[in-house]
Write a protein that binds this ligand. Structure first.
Ligand code: HEM
Ligand code: HEM
Length: 201
């Protein structure tokens, strides 16, 4: 598990796939508010479809980068469910977080928080489910396969969770930026050597 302060900073590859995926998902949510999927040639649905296929590419790249990168969050922390030691660390982190919140304080920021990493992993799984169900629909909607209708129903059901994830995750990122001075540029800078303003982490 990577815990070293310098090593944990996100690599350029991680920052690029994160930006690509986040922008694609924001376009998906915005177009979903105005599109008419059943109306032939609807421009908003076209944008939804093609940025959805782009999201599929970015989410696949994100998983590949998470596995092959040599710095940043360990992939096992994104999916802690299969290791007893990781589940124990997660439980401990949840207890520390609840205890801090119970005392009316923000939990202390950790470079490698098991709880934050687990939530990020669930977010990635959610975007994978959304992008793959949409992609499956894109390629199979003209066929008579009955399960395609179920797939798009699941897509619509999971859509509310994407809103919840985006709002909660952005709120936490902004809170860390403004309250704890953990700069947003740790994830949003696209230069190869990430530089943060003096005084920020
Ligand atoms: C729905 C779109 C988004 C998805 C799916 C997403 C996903 C993720 C994931 C999986 C990570 C963990 C990366 C890793 O540890 O390797 C992460 C980290 C981060 N995200 Fe997002 N993100 C999204 C949108 C945003 C937005 C809009 C912001 C800013 C307002 C943001 C700010 C950050 C920051 C600052 C981190 C780094 C946290 C840290 O260093 O611990 N993300 N995001
Ligand atoms: C990460 C990727 C994606 C996200 C976050 C996303 C998000 C959404 C959202 C929020 C809705 C609205 C649900 C509702 O109002 O009930 C929706 C509906 C839909 N999306 Fe996606 N989508 C993604 C990818 C795709 C792709 C690749 C396609 C392929 C064509 C697609 C096709 C559709 C269709 C057909 C609907 C149903 C519209 C309807 O019948 O009302 N989506 N999506």
């Amino acid at each position: 598990m990577t815990t070293d302060h310098a090593a944990i900073r996100h690599s350029l590859a991680t920052r690029l796939v994160h930006a690509g995926l986040a922008i694609a998902v924001i376009i998906q949510l915005s177009t979903s508010l105005v599109m008419h999927a059943g109306r032939a040639g609807d421009p908003f649905f076209k944008v939804h479809s093609f940025s959805g296929l782009t999201a599929m590419v970015f989410v696949t790249l994100f998983w590949i980068v998470a596995v092959v990168r040599t710095s940043g969050t360990d992939p096992g922390m994104l999916l802690p469910w299969f290791s007893q030691a990781r589940r124990r660390a997660l439980l401990q982190d949840i207890k520390t977080t609840l205890s801090a919140l119970g005392k009316g304080r923000l939990p202390p920021f950790k470079e490698a928080s098991p709880l934050a990493a687990m939530v990020h992993g669930l977010g990635l799984l959610l975007m994978t489910a959304m992008a793959s169900s949409g992609t499956l629909y894109f390629f199979l909607s003209d066929t008579r396969l009955g399960f395609v209708e179920w797939v798009i129903e699941a897509h619509k059901l999971l859509a509310s969770l994407v809103w919840v994830y985006l709002i909660a995750h952005s709120f936490m990122a902004l809170l860390h930026h403004f309250v704890e001075e953990i700069s947003l540029s740790r994830m949003w800078s696209v230069t190869s050597n990430r530089r943060t303003p003096p005084g920020r982490k």
